[in-house]
Design a protein around this ligand. Structure first.
Ligand SMILES: Nc1nc2c(ncn2[C@@H]2O[C@H](COP(=O)(O)OP(=O)(O)OP(=O)(O)O)[C@@H](O)[C@H]2O)c(=O)[nH]1
Ligand SMILES: [Mg+2]
Length: 464
């Protein structure tokens, strides 16, 4: 997959019926293959083709001499292309059959079926984008909200990469200094305040990691389970939050039998809301299966909205459910605020936040939304103009790099900082700095193994 000298091809639009469907080629033979399968309308001899210009005509199967589809094609000559190679695109009518046939033709003419993400991989291997930027491409495709998209765009434009590169280059400077002191102990080396370089690197990494909590939320969303005993208004709450009548609501306990998921864009945060079957002891066989799913949803949730009925006395089941939530991030929703208040909601999960509301009238819903946003961000205000790390792979690397920087810091105490006194600890210092520098390089892809590349690009779809 790391080879660049063959020509890859893929259907780059989703499979199914669409307005158009695009077969894309990248590689040295893209132009030749395009000329083989495409017959331009009008004066065929004119078909250079000129770069970055659309031509109208037909894809023709030369074996059977039959037209496969009426198309527009464009050839983009390297290097002004997505992959920095020659790229050809054939814009077919968006049906499965013409796309398949066109694909078969280009494969017959010598193209190879592209692996998932291989176009973007080529963009990376050819140095057009770094690895973090390549990953941002996928995040853009998958962005669930506008804020998620903005975070991904910043990453694509190199925001995250440039922060990481800055830290890395400071550490490279420190490493060069330590190595010079080791290699040429006699020489006069301009002094460098290693301790402050390391402190500054540490601080910058910590800041990136702090902001990453938000980045992860915007990229991955928050799984939010709505739980409670039957009939307290869980499905009504789901509907109220979604502002549609998505789930069935009835006065009969046990209405919801299975978990039900919907995505909600809550002020830019993608919430995956899961409505669950009311948890109760008295249940028939089918209901028990549903309740088992409720328990699973509860365990998998990042955030739990526990609903209680404010219009009734608290029941043993409420307390049993509360018991299940001890290690979870929870907001207690005291529902049915429109009815005379009877439940003493404060008696349940008293350390967590309680929000009284009425799912029926909508009163208090905005306060719940505030509470959700504040809980997710632990009360921190969002800063959206700074580049935000939003990729778990990057977070893991930053944590690793932080470990190496911390280790280097403690080696300074052994080694001292002046070149003349950089004693036995200097070797250690060099090892830790090298590890930190190399780790940070994995984010941008300067130092990265084939396995990591495989892992990153296998998440892409074919044709991207
Ligand atoms: N007065 C009032 N009634 C409500 C409110 N929210 C829900 N209800 C009523 O409570 C009953 C149960 O509502 P659901 O939303 O189906 O409750 P649930 O928790 O999903 O119930 P199960 O699916 O059976 O576990 C229905 O009759 C709703 O109309 C509210 O805020 N005020
Ligand atoms: Mg329900």
């Amino acid at each position: 997959m790391l080879a660049l000298d063959d020509t890859i091809a893929a259907i780059s639009t989703p499979i199914g019926e669409g307005g158009i469907g695009i077969v894309r080629l990248s590689g040295p033979e893209a132009r030749t293959i395009l000329r083989q399968v495409f017959l331009p309308a009008g004066q065929p001899c004119d078909f250079g083709p000129e770069s970055h210009r659309f031509y109208y005509g037909h894809v023709v199967d030369t074996d059977s001499n039959s037209a496969v589809d009426e198309v527009l094609v464009v050839l983009m000559r390297a290097p002004r292309t997505y992959t920095r190679q020659d790229i050809a695109e054939i814009h077919c009518h968006g049906g499965i059959v013409p796309l398949r046939q066109t694909m078969e033709l280009v494969l017959r003419c010598g193209a190879r079926l592209a692996e998932p993400g291989e176009f973007t991989l080529r963009a990376f291997l050819n140095g057009r984008i770094d690895l973090a930027q390549a990953e941002a491409v996928l995040d853009i495709v998958r962005a669930k909200t506008e804020v998620g998209l903005r975070v991904a765009m910043q990453q694509l434009e190199g925001g995250v990469s440039s922060e990481v590169r800055k830290i890395r280059s400071e550490l490279v400077g420190a490493l060069a200094y330590v190595e010079a002191s080791l290699d040429f102990p006699e020489d006069e080396i301009p002094p460098l305040d290693l301790a402050s370089v390391l402190s500054s690197a540490r601080e910058q990494i910590v800041t990136l990691l702090d902001r990453a909590d938000q980045g992860l939320v915007y990229r991955q969303g928050v799984r939010t389970a709505i739980v409670g005993r039957p009939n307290v208004g869980k499905s009504s709450l789901l509907n109220a939050l979604l502002r549609t009548s998505r789930a069935i609501v009835t006065p009969i306990p046990g209405t919801t039998r299975d978990t039900l998921e919907e995505t909600l864009n809550l002020r830019g945060i993608p919430l995956c809301l899961v409505d669950t079957a009311g948890i109760t002891e008295s249940a028939d066989f089918i209901a028990k299966l549903g309740i088992e799913r409720s328990r699973q949803a509860l365990q998998q949730a990042d955030l739990v909205l526990m609903v209680i009925d404010g219009g009734e006395l608290l029941q043993a089941e409420d307390f049993e459910i509360a018991d299940l939530l001890r290690n979870q991030t929870v907001i207690v929703v005291v529902n049915k605020l429109d009815l005379p208040a009877i439940a003493d909601g404060s008696r349940i999960l008293f350390r967590v936040r309680h929000v009284p509301l009425s799912a029926r009238t909508g009163e208090g819903l905005d306060l719940l939304e505030d509470a959700i946003v504040e809980t997710i961000f632990s009360g921190q205000v969002q800063t959206s103009d700074l580049p935000v790390v939003s990729n778990p792979r990057h977070c893991e690397i930053l944590r690793r790099a932080l470990g190496h920087v911390n280790a280097a810091k403690s080696s300074i105490h052994v080694a001292g900082t002046a070149p003349s006194v950089l004693g036995s600890g200097a070797d250690l210092l060099a090892v830790d700095l090298t590890a930190a520098v190399s780790a940070l390089g994995e984010i941008t892809g300067e130092t990265v193994s084939e396995d990591v590349l495989d892992a990153v690009f296998s998440n892409f779809c074919i044709g991207k």
